[in-house]
Design a protein around this ligand. Structure first.
Ligand SMILES: [Zn+2]
Length: 363
């Protein structure tokens, strides 16, 4: 009996191990290939991100350019090019960035906006930025500072670049745009937000929008939040950052936990959302996008998030947004047919003048 106890315990141990450990006999594979595969996947991730960035930039540029007149004094001068050094990115992606975008230790152009002046002037991806307006730039910080000051006036700008070991001088005339920059964030959530100074769209939203018309409508909505001064107005109402979670996923996730039961404040927010839908649709139409199917976006949002069909919180319900956008689309279409300017209807001219504006930015 004294000997059978340890045996019994051993049997229990064996049973426990069997329950915890996988039982399948896996085929033998070459583990040394995992690193190579990781590199391949990182390259795929970089390529996919860049494709989404190009798309966002192309549509965002069109919106910011076509609506310049409605953005008042909030304008910026842009070349339509992004540059970076490898250090600007997470360590694990640096090798892939070098392979895909040729971004290494020197300030390198890695993205050019379709339709932007940098591309039209002959600048190419992979060009190394040596000097801005005759001022040498050795790193990203210097390049950024030189670019900011050179672009402040909108005057033509001389860039010294290196391509295949050869130095080139290229003069670029910046484009004047609505002064709200757009950024793409790697995040699978279907979301986008405005913060008063710029617009951020998540890669999840980029995947969700099926056409450029839909993408323009999302960006137009956020542009309208900024241009109508909603963020500043909300901050005045002690709802700091409440717009930082925008669109239906914000509803799905319970929106802003800090708001609590402030029903009045939420209703105020719904008004802002409806205004952003309305004004944003004008922005979209003015940039030449087809707005006739934009309301359908809210049917697809509803399918993603059925809880938002009848119940709004900080945002109107998806059903209310569909009906509101449809009415706005009819109004815009009627103006177009009558040859009238596509300008949103405002309660008074004074209301427009009173819209808070943020300071002029430039890059
Ligand atoms: Zn919104």
């Amino acid at each position: 009996m004294t000997k059978s106890i340890p045996k019994f315990l051993c049997a229990l141990c064996a049973l426990a191990l069997a329950a915890c450990a996988p039982q399948a006999n896996l085929p033998v594979f070459d583990t040394s290939r995992v690193g190579e595969e990781a590199k391949k996947q990182q390259e795929l991730a970089v390529r996919d991100y860049m494709a989404k960035l190009d798309r966002m930039d192309r549509v965002g540029w069109a919106l910011r350019s076509a609506n310049l007149e409605l953005c008042g004094e909030v304008v910026s001068y842009r070349l339509g090019m992004s540059y970076a050094v490898a250090e600007d990115f997470p360590k694990e992606y640096r090798e892939a960035l070098q392979t895909v975008l040729a971004v290494g230790d020197r300030v390198t152009v890695y993205q050019l906006t379709p339709g932007g002046p940098a591309l039209a002037s002959g600048i190419q991806k992979g060009d190394v930025l040596l000097a801005v307006g005759g001022k040498p730039v050795a790193n990203k910080k210097e390049a950024q500072a030189a670019m900011d000051s050179a672009l402040a006036t909108g005057a033509p700008l001389q860039l010294s670049l290196e391509r295949s070991g050869e130095r080139r001088e290229i003069t670029v005339t910046p484009a004047k745009l609505c002064g709200y920059d757009m950024a793409l964030k790697q995040n699978p959530v279907i979301n986008a937000y405005a913060d008063g100074k710029g617009i951020t769209i998540f890669t999840g939203m980029m995947k969700f929008v099926q056409t450029d018309d839909e993408l323009a409508a999302i960006l137009g909505h956020e542009l309208a939040h900024n241009n109508q001064g909603h963020i500043r107005a909300k901050q005045g109402n002690a709802l700091l950052g409440a717009l930082l979670l925008d669109l239906p996923v914000a509803i799905l996730t319970g929106v802003n936990p800090n708001i609590g039961g402030q029903i009045g404040a939420n209703a105020y927010s719904q008004d802002f959302e409806s205004e952003a839908d309305y004004v944003g649709l004008y922005f979209t139409a003015r940039a030449g996008y087809d707005i006739s199917n934009v309301p359908d976006l809210w049917r697809r949002m509803a399918v993603e998030n059925p809880g938002a069909i009848t119940m709004g919180s900080t945002h109107p319900s998806t059903s209310a947004r569909f009906v509101g956008l449809e009415a706005a689309a009819v109004e815009i279409e009627n103006k177009r047919k009558a040859g009238q300017p596509l300008v949103p209807e405002m309660k008074s001219a004074q209301a427009r003048k009173d819209t808070p504006k943020v300071a002029e930015t430039a890059q």
